[in-house]
Design a protein around this ligand. Structure first.
Ligand code: UAG
Ligand code: ATP
Ligand code: API
Ligand code: MG
Length: 486
């Protein structure tokens, strides 16, 4: 594609070289540059891409985009922009032919529930004979391929590449988790969505956003990018705020259980593994039996149903789609232990998520509640004591351990969590090694107890000082039980 075409309608300064050149790809990583690519140098959180320009040229870059003054001797096109991340979003979008325009885009934002809702919507749309792609925490789904990605919402370049691949195989709809980081770091800057969906907002990621207000304002951006409908959880205080601010910019669909809303649940009945409720819409109501438990799952199902309602999908199909979801990896996943106690793996990694999941367990636990959990390193520190306190309030035994310590000292993270644990006054033990912590829980379990392994969900690894170690909790539990029985 011609560089003149890629840069049309965009403000930049031509520092040297010609604009009329052919570009074979847009890339922000010098290590991946191929002959004829346009290298976009951006300042990251760890290193500065401007320091890798020589490497990019050595690997065959035909042009370089910078946001800083740099001196480049080679005979090459160099253009300067105000903001490289913005240019990456714009240029890679054009290079990939703005693939979001050929897809029905659904963007989901909020602190908890995004991944779960994605899979509910996918199931409904597939029941409606649509071909669906996903970009989210568990990875990307394109056709029948699962692709591992490093972020919930990856950078613009990766998103556009994934969307192009979806569009190329005639995918109808892409359901995307749109994280607050992505909205702030311009990962979805030039994209539009048909539907924007809001789940809830509770404390997380304040290491990056600093205040709840800034965190909220980043989420808010999604609802200015939609053209078909905004779907909002009206029971959440921040959901109410979005409705106040955005109003009927596009058709608004609210969902909830407590406040008056367009799509709501009534007659809810819980068990430990399922929940039954009536789904009410302006076009009638239908009874739903979900194969995942808890009030939080009712919210997630309502969100998915509201989205389907916006596409005028009949209630019978919505019901079939929701009921076809047998479970979501690492979300309230019961490990098949065949023991007289229960082991559940869940991805709760915020105080709110833990509270929601433990509330479900509270309702049905006949024995003790043992919770193995920790907090991730290089992430929001303020949520740590709150997580400790929440678990301490619900659990009969808190086993405080490591999650992904990343570059932090695991002992120090645990100390932050324990500040809250001690406040709750419950029984606790600290075991730094997560595998040992899981074994301790199993060794001490009694009949009817419920062991909750919280925080890692679908993750099958642990991140320690830049290295990845295996940590598949279901396998750890089953292997340990096997070794104990032999
Ligand atoms: C803080 C953050 O968001 N970091 C993201 C960022 O990494 P970074 O800024 O450290 O990148 P860097 O290593 O400094 O590199 C800077 C530039 O130099 C280039 N480079 C680097 C080395 C080299 O040899 N050559 C070269 O050209 C890089 O390609 C890049 O363009 O860019 C990477 C590639 O796009 C991301 O994977 C990475 O996310 C990391 C893994 C991360 O943990 N991010 C979290 C905070 C995050 O974004 N989370 C949200 C929310 C999660 C949720 O709630 O679900 C998410 O959407 O994932
Ligand atoms: N609607 C909800 N409200 C509160 N907590 C929820 C809700 N749905 C799920 N949870 C809890 O939060 C955990 C994470 O859920 P899920 O993965 O769907 O959220 P997410 O928004 O995708 O998270 P992430 O930001 O990490 O991508 C679940 O394992 C469960 O414990
Ligand atoms: N999307 C969340 C996931 C947290 C998962 C937990 N296992 C951790 O590492 O803290 C984050 O990146 O903050
Ligand atoms: Mg997610």
């Amino acid at each position: 594609m011609n560089l003149k075409y890629i840069t049309r309608d965009y403000e930049f300064e031509l520092i040297k070289g010609k604009l009329d050149i052919n570009i074979t790809g847009v890339e922000n990583d010098s290590r991946k540059i191929q002959k004829g690519n346009l290298f976009i140098a951006e300042k990251g959180f760890t290193v500065d891409g401007h320091d890798y320009i020589d490497k990019a040229i050595e690997n065959g870059a035909a042009g370089v985009v910078v946001e800083k003054q740099v001196s480049i001797d080679e005979d090459i096109t160099v253009i300067k922009v105000k903001n490289s991340i913005d240019a990456l979003a714009k240029f890679s979008g054009i290079f990939h032919e703005e693939p979001w325009k050929n897809l029905q885009m659904i963007g989901i934002t909020g602190t908890n529930g995004k991944t779960s809702i994605t899979y509910f919507i996918k199931s409904i749309l597939e029941e409606n004979n649509k071909k669906v792609g996903i970009i989210g925490t568990i990875g990307a789904v394109i056709g029948d391929k699962n692709i591992k990605i490093d972020n919930t919402t990856p950078n613009a370049l990766i998103i556009h590449d994934l969307l192009k691949k979806m569009a190329d195989i005639e995918t109808d709809t892409c359901i995307m988790e749109v994280s607050s980081h992505s909205l702030e770091l311009k990962r979805v800057e030039y994209m539009d969505f048909q539907i924007g969906l809001f789940t809830n907002l509770t404390k997380d990621h304040l290491d990056y956003h600093e205040t709840m207000e800034k965190y909220f304002n980043s989420k808010l951006k999604l609802f200015y990018k939609t053209d078909k409908a905004n779907v909002i959880n009206i029971d959440d205080d921040y959901g109410k705020k979005i409705v106040e601010i955005i109003g009927e910019r596009v058709p608004l669909l609210t969902y909830g259980i407590r406040e008056k809303s367009d799509i709501f649940a009534s007659d809810i009945e819980f068990t430990l593994s399922k929940v039954r409720f009536n789904l009410n819409t302006p076009k009638g109501k239908i009874n739903i039996l979900l194969n995942v438990p808890g009030e939080f799952s009712v919210y997630n199902a309502l969100a998915a149903a509201a989205c389907a309602y916006a596409y005028e999908i009949p209630l019978e199909i919505i019901k079939k789609g929701l009921e076809a979801v047998e479970g979501i990896k690492g979300r309230f996943e019961v490990v098949p232990t065949n023991t007289d106690y229960t082991v559940i793996i869940d991805f709760a990694h915020t105080a709110d998520g833990l509270d929601k999941v433990l509330t479900v367990i509270d309702q049905f636990a006949e024995g003790r509640k043992i919770v193995v959990f920790g907090a991730g390193g290089n992430r929001d520190k303020t949520k740590r004591p709150e997580m400790g306190e929440t678990v301490g309030r619900h659990a009969d035994l808190s086993i405080v351990t490591s999650d992904n310590p990343r570059y932090e000292d695991p002992e120090m993270i645990i100390e932050d969590v324990l500040v809250g644990t001690r406040k709750a006054n419950g029984k606790y033990i600290k075991i730094v090694d997560r595998i040992e912590a899981i074994k301790y829980a199993i060794d001490n379990a009694r009949p009817k107890d419920i062991i909750l392994l919280a925080g890692k969900g679908h993750e099958t690894y642990t991140l320690i000082k830049g290295k990845t170690y295996p940590c598949d909790e279901r396998q750890i539990v089953l292997d340990y039980l096997h070794s104990k029985n032999n």
